[in-house]
Design a protein around this ligand. Sequence first.
Ligand code: ADP
Ligand code: MG
Length: 572
Amino acid sequence: MEKKQFKAESKRLLDLMIHSIYTHKEIFLRELISNASDAIDKLYYLALTENTGISRDDFYIRLAVDKEARTLTISDNGIGMSKEEMENNLGTIAKSGSLQFKEENADKMDAKEEIDIIGQFGVGFYSAFMVASKIQVVSKAYGQEQAHLWESTGAEGYSIEPCEKENPGTEIILYIKEDTEDEKYGEFLEEYKVKGLIKKYSDYIRYPIKMNAEKHRMKEASEEQKADKDYTPEYETYREDETLNSMVPIWKKSKGTITEEDYNQFYKEKFFDFEEPAKVIHTNVEGVSTYNALMYIPARTPYNYYTKEYEKGLQLYSSGVLIMEKCADLLPDYFSFVRGLVDSQDLSLNISRELLQHDRQLKAIAVRLEKKIKAELLDMLHTDREKYETFFENFGMQLKFGAYNEFGMHKDAVQELLMFYSSSEKKLVTFAEYVSRMKEDQKYIYYACGESREKLDKQPQTEMLKDKGYEILYCTDEIDEFAIKIIGAVEEKSFKSVSSDDLGIEETAEEKEALEKQAEENKDLFAAMKEALEGKVSEVRVSQRLKSHPVCLTSNGDLSIEMEKVLNAIPA
Ligand code: ADP
Ligand code: MG
């Protein structure tokens, strides 16, 4: 039997790849920077194992733009490539020299956790063809004499020839495409744009990314000019080397070395808030899934929080490289107010490194984050009540929706975090606190629904309960009663609306007798009242729940009158 190899039309394949994998052209820079970082990691690894005398501080990545020539150049002083390596790694789509390196050194590398090679799919390099019509790669492998130039315009294949290069490392020159009517490429030749992309995607690459960038400064005024009151300062432009990335991600530093100020500063810059966060949650986890998470609870409700525009999610990094701006799967809806990021090496990324496959690791991380956030909130509740109440005023509504939504699936997760205003305590209280204060003969957790606390204080239905010393929870938001209903019971005590017909209060024999007597005596009056209110009430009768008020409404179902109103307002 004859065995044949599949043949791939590389030209077509390349085209397909370039145009279908990536949704954002701009990620090409992230890919090339990641490759440069990998190349440096490899040489650094060599330096560690072979005593070459190279120190970590010697490494850098450099960017340069030349508007005239329309080139963007990315160079590194990493391990470089030999002619063979260029052929294998740049000439073969989906061949990753970095993956191979990781595999070959896997057993040795574990100990050196500083090595954190990013590449694995062998396609990132080609993303540069999204923005470049031609690419030149000048590279000299570490330990070799001869450098080579690899050149390609994408579709037509590539050429390799010897060339001059002094030091080991790689220089990648992109000839940026001309703008067309639909696509603009010129921005990749703008320094500000390049800087912005580095900040966005590659801020935490561990080697400095430098650029000789244009800057502006005020010209020093002469004595004469200073004396002149009409003098307006002049500006001059100059060029200076600038490091564009912050390198060490704050979340990877050990907690002891980070000040509150550092955390707050980072929050304000990263998440565009003017105010310091109410709470910082920093956690480094190792084990089945290894990740660092840095999360914040804002001090105020974002202006669009309770609107459709608000998007929940945490930033997702893989080895310090941004993968996703808002990963919604990392946060449950009821914690959607949390801002922050997660960095993990254990994620299975898809080939474009833009999206994640619905990943077990990601789920596992989300579960642990949820637990962590809840534990931190409970801790705040128990140790810093005032702060928790402010938090609850900001985001409590979301927690109540959380209890109710999805048929109450998450009610157990949020129940402990909920608070309601208490008639007797005159402040927000938790269910657990309520239950701990319940009177011995009290069967239910009572709640009253109304527009405001003031109105509820005067509600006739609550009089007798208050007289008995029972506490009542006030529901002033529409969601409140829905949440309470779906929670059903806390510590086996179920909820009862103060307007429900049966409040579950045992009457003494005398009370019962008195009531019956009163009912009998006023039978005609009640009948006349019922007739007058024909169709509006189903019954008029004596009640023992009133003290100073003459009448009140009750409902004979399980719903409060307020909830009936809400439900009736929903169009059928
Ligand atoms: P990946 O990074 O996933 O391996 P790429 O397509 O980005 O795939 O790169 C292919 C290979 O080319 C890399 O694995 C590496 O071996 C080689 N390479 C790319 N850029 C450089 C560089 N700057 N220095 C040395 N080798 C490089
Ligand atoms: Mg790569």
